[in-house]
Design a protein around this ligand. Structure first.
Ligand code: FES
Length: 274
């Protein structure tokens, strides 16, 4: 098995070998301080690798900085190339497709010069993965066995007072279109803007397919039941500000039941498709 070369998002002659590059480690999500410290430690290790000028980390789903925030910071810092290394298993092909599309979209949304972006492939393809796996198996064998619980008391819960609920679709079409990033951005904003206690109070949840897959990625906001389609991070910002806090539906991204099939606005109609 051979290490696969990183995939170039923008064509360039062997740029991964150029000096001054930054490494961006991508984890799926983290809430607590301990995993953030773990990522800091891994980034320090990556920063010692030959040719690496700087290494940092981010989260593809929930946690800060997000992938987009981290990339914008590296762009601002002026690194000529960024090597993006997902540290997660398994890596769905749809995740890599989504990431590639998002990288292209973010470059288009923020013109004016970007580092060359290279995306590493599945970590299981590494020559050294077998060594890591063997070490983990040995480590598990050295741990104490987990004892069964002795306390059988059922847990008590509060019934939430929040009146608003946002569902983020995690069906197949929405996942391919980047639902994880939308979910992560919404959860980060929920935390940052204290949405649980602001206004009517908002809770968020992932859902299975919400129905209008052609509008992916899709979110639905209750109690109105408003469908939002083609949701981006910028759309989430507006929905938070205008709908969750302001009570006004964001018409630019809203889709209402019409009794007819709908496509994302701005996509070619059947007559103009080639
Ligand atoms: S997969 Fe999201 S609406 Fe169907």
């Amino acid at each position: 098995m051979r290490d696969k070369a990183p995939k170039s998002i923008q064509p360039a002659p062997n740029p991964a070998d150029a000096p001054g590059k930054a490494v961006l480690l991508v984890a799926r999500y983290a809430f607590a301080a301990a995993p953030h410290r773990d990522m800091q430690r891994l980034a320090r290790m990556a920063g010692l690798l030959p040719g690496v000028e700087h290494a940092t980390f981010c989260f593809a789903e929930q946690g800060t900085p997000s992938l987009r925030e981290a990339l914008l910071a590296l762009r601002k810092a002026g690194y000529p190339a960024v090597l993006i290394v997902p540290l997660m298993l398994p890596v769905e092909p749809s995740f890599l497709n989504w990431m590639t599309r998002s990288l292209r979209r973010w470059q288009a949304e923020t013109p004016g010069g970007w580092p060359r972006l290279h995306l590493a492939r599945d970590m299981t393809q590494s020559l050294h993965f077998e060594t890591l796996l063997a070490s983990l198996v040995r480590g598990a064998a050295a741990e104490l066995p987990i004892a069964p619980a002795t306390d059988a008391l059922p847990e008590a819960s509060l019934v939430p007072a929040q009146k608003r609920r946002v569902l983020v679709c995690n069906g197949p079409s929405c996942n391919s279109a980047g639902a994880d990033a939308i979910w992560g951005h919404l959860r980060n904003e929920q935390e940052r803007r204290k949405l649980r206690i602001a206004g009517d109070g908002t809770m968020t949840a992932k859902s299975t397919c919400l129905g209008p897959c052609s509008l992916a990625p899709v979110m639905q906001v209750f109690p109105e039941g408003t469908y939002y389609g083609g949701v981006t991070e910028a759309a989430v910002d507006r929905i938070v500000e205008e709908h969750l806090l302001g009570g006004e539906v964001v018409e630019d991204f809203a889709y209402r039941p019409t009794g007819r099939k709908q496509r994302l606005r701005g996509t070619p109609s059947p007559k103009t498709e080639t």
